[in-house]
Design a protein around this ligand. Structure first.
Ligand code: FIX
Ligand code: ZN
Length: 419
């Protein structure tokens, strides 16, 4: 019989091992809003962009006594000054998004506690992008970044049409929200771009939508197709969204052997005056997702849900359908208390067949904090789970822990994409 002391010793040795393995496992970041550095100004980085991140802007408006229109008319540096003043100087920066900025500064070796924003700004300005990118990826331990690429974004479209030499660390996902959510307005854009579509969803129009999706999948070398849907999305339904999904998007995904990624539960523009910071959340009807997984066994669905209330149902759905892969703790759920709850629940219900986290970073350096914070939680939860196994006498080897961490941190997602 092992004594309490030997059990404690083993537990802390395993904890140290898990910590080391999780810290050194390269991450595949499966959903971001970052761009290939050769896409120029689209790749945001630096302290001002970090401070005007919409997560922080939403929090600053809890305190700022300025009309949003006035705030957004200011220069980026002026906006960043206001956010810094309200959230870092006027009070302690305890929220997850504020803590994120401090984690980034700390990992770069900057001393934020002197509260000298101009000095921090000057430090960032000295870095050439390529060196800074390299260092950031290294600190975050991120090996590959999935972009969100939308042909409906004018700035992006022009760059893709022109073409450029791709940075192989950045891979593409084709984003199609306007196609599914703003038909028939989107029909007019497709016509402008040379596709023979009409407002009604005739066979000819659906064929042309598929041609559009195929053209862009090839142009981007996209690995999956993605859409975010509001909480009232239903399937089956006699809506343009459901028809386009069923008769154009899903056949397209089957043709290319790619999953459709669904981000469910966002209510856009709850407070439109706050721009990107004005989106909210609602509980989705996951019956619609179950119907899709059931009706289309030859399609694969990678899914994240925004509402905490949907998380358990999502796990249960994934237990029923192997064509459903659960990923990430998205946006309002990416706070340590919920990441811990959700990750524990997923491990308990799905084992290792899910993706623990994506960064959703909009500003390069955010990958550092998003994954540092996730890793801390993951180590705690994995230590607990392996500890529960140890009670039965089952002890994982280092190689097994590494295999599990690789799966959770992007490996399982890429396997799922490949089918
Ligand atoms: O739909 C999405 O991809 C969301 O992640 C964004 O719309 C959102 O603004 C965001 O950045 C959340 O993290
Ligand atoms: Zn996103």
């Amino acid at each position: 019989m092992p004594t309490a002391a030997t059990t404690d010793f083993r537990r802390s040795a395993t904890h140290g091992l898990i910590e080391r393995v999780v810290a050194t496992t390269p991450i595949v970041d499966v959903h971001t809003h970052l761009y290939d550095p050769l896409m120029g100004k689209l790749l945001l980085w630096g302290i001002d962009d970090l401070l005007v991140y919409h997560y922080l802007v939403a929090e600053a408006f809890r305190h700022l006594d300025v009309p949003p229109e006035k705030f957004f008319a200011l220069s980026k540096t002026e906006q960043a000054n206001l956010v810094w003043r309200e959230l870092f100087v006027a009070q302690s920066p305890v929220s997850e998004a504020c803590r994120g900025v401090l984690t980034i500064l700390h990992r770069f070796g900057l001393d934020a506690k002197v509260r000298d924003l101009p000095a921090i700004r000057a430090w960032f300005q000295e870095w050439p992008l390529e060196a800074h990118l390299h260092r950031t990826l290294e600190l975050a331990h991120v090996a590959r970044i999935y972009m969100t690429n939308s042909p409906f974004d004018d700035a992006e479209r022009a760059i893709w049409q022109h073409g450029f030499l791709r940075d192989e660390r950045f891979v593409s996902a084709l984003r199609i929200d306007p196609l599914l959510l703003s038909w028939p307005d989107t029909a007019h854009r497709l016509i402008e771009w040379g596709y023979s579509v009409g407002e009604g969803l005739s066979a000819q129009t659906l064929g042309e939508v598929r041609r559009f999706l195929a053209d862009w999948t090839r142009r981007l070398d996209a690995r999956y197709c993605m859409v975010s849907l509001p909480p009232d999305f239903t399937y089956p339904a006699a809506t343009d969204t459901a028809q386009l999904l069923e008769q154009a998007v899903l056949p397209h995904c089957r043709d290319f052997g790619q999953p459709l990624a669904l981000m469910l539960g966002v209510r856009r523009g709850v407070n439109p005056r706050l721009q990107l910071a004005g989106d909210g959340v609602g509980r989705s009807d996951l019956g619609a997702l179950v119907n899709l997984c059931d009706a289309f066994p030859d399609n694969r669905f990678a899914v994240t849900v925004l509402s905490r209330e949907n998380q358990h149902e999502l796990c249960v759905a994934a237990r029923k359908f192997r064509n459903l892969h659960v990923f990430g703790c998205w946006w309002f759920t990416n706070v340590p208390s919920l990441v811990e709850e959700i990750t524990r629940m997923r491990l308990e219900l799905l084992g290792l067949s899910f993706t623990a986290q994506h960064s959703d970073a909009r500003v390069l350096e955010q990958i550092i904090y998003k994954f540092d914070h996730t890793r801390r939680v993951l180590v705690r939860v994995l230590a607990e789970k392996y500890g529960d196994l140890a009670v039965t006498g089952w002890e994982p080897t280092e190689a097994e822990i590494r295999r599990d961490a690789v799966s959770l941190l992007g490996g399982a997602f890429e396997r799922f994409c490949q089918g």
